[in-house]
Design a protein around this ligand. Structure first.
Ligand SMILES: [Zn+2]
Length: 277
């Protein structure tokens, strides 16, 4: 069984335009040569596109992670997230840290059966250890909601960095941390700091969008020292092909037991489910 814990989709009407905006950011930050040399998008970033790609790559279930870049988008994005839920696709909700209505929004998401939310400190211009994010994280812990957040640098957004491994470690002074998932193996392109500040803590990491950038030796070391029971398979699809992510993971020389934890067992555990397939 393969569960992809880090995917993105957009409503059909705005998918093309949303992707165009994100690609423009990458082009600005990384330059034309990078963007022209990479196949960044291999399908439309819609629900239909995701389901097609899952069928092709053998992904059984995907977790979608929507991001509100303005507080006023929260409600409509969460309604869309609710509309895509199925056996194969589970969408988290979104919340903007500056939303004055944050408390009610979280209560409503929990009531409606959402399993977690996604924060993107880099898009939302809010430090992960700010009072706004801390109160959200604490409330989510109380409600039993998972908090997935972008961690480290972002390929399409300039510094300053709002969720560095060091800032993430400050969150642990305020909350226990086992409902937190730091994407991109704890901090994209900041893996030395992940080893310095986060390895061994209760925070989970995912494997999204790392394989072209991290050395296999460092990736294996982080997985082993952090604990495979706290690593989730994630691709960042459509920005990366889950088949490539899986190939990379399988090249690391992990045990079958470690691989099972990463590809699906951990996901089922934190979602409070048991394997049915
Ligand atoms: Zn992502």
């Amino acid at each position: 069984m393969l569960i992809d814990f880090h995917t993105h989709i957009f409503p059909d009407k705005i998918a093309a335009r949303s992707v165009e905006i994100l690609l423009a950011g990458m082009r600005r930050e990384q330059g034309d040569a990078y963007c022209d040399s990479q196949t960044l998008i291999y399908r439309p970033a819609t629900l239909g596109g995701l389901l097609d790609s899952m069928a092709q790559t053998g992904v059984d279930r995907s977790i979608c992670l929507p991001i509100a870049t303005k507080p006023e988008q929260t409600e409509s994005i969460n309604r869309y997230a609710e509309s895509v839920q199925s056996e194969k696709v589970l969408s988290f909700g979104t919340l903007h840290p500056a939303d004055p209505d944050w408390d009610r929004v979280l209560g409503s998401l929990a009531e409606r059966g959402f399993r977690g939310i996604k924060l993107h400190p880099q898009f939302q211009l809010s430090d992960i250890d700010s009072p706004e994010c801390i109160r959200i994280i604490k409330k989510c812990a109380a409600l039993g909601l998972l908090v997935m957040f972008h961690a480290g640098a972002d390929i399409g957004l300039p510094p300053p960095l709002y969720a560095t491994p060091e800032k993430i470690s400050h969150v642990l002074a305020e909350t226990e941390g086992s409902n937190l998932i730091a994407a991109h193996l704890g901090g994209w392109d900041m893996w030395d700091d992940v080893e310095r500040y986060l390895v061994g803590t209760p925070i989970l990491f995912d494997t999204a969008f790392i394989w072209k950038f991290i050395s296999p030796a460092q990736c294996r070391r982080i997985i082993r020292t952090h604990g495979a029971e706290k690593i989730l398979f994630g691709s960042d699809s459509p920005w990366e092909d889950p088949a490539d992510t899986l190939r990379f993971l399988q090249s690391l020389g992990l045990t079958e037991q470690e691989t099972d934890l990463i590809t699906h067992e951990n996901a089922l555990r934190i979602l409070g489910e048991t394997e049915t397939a």
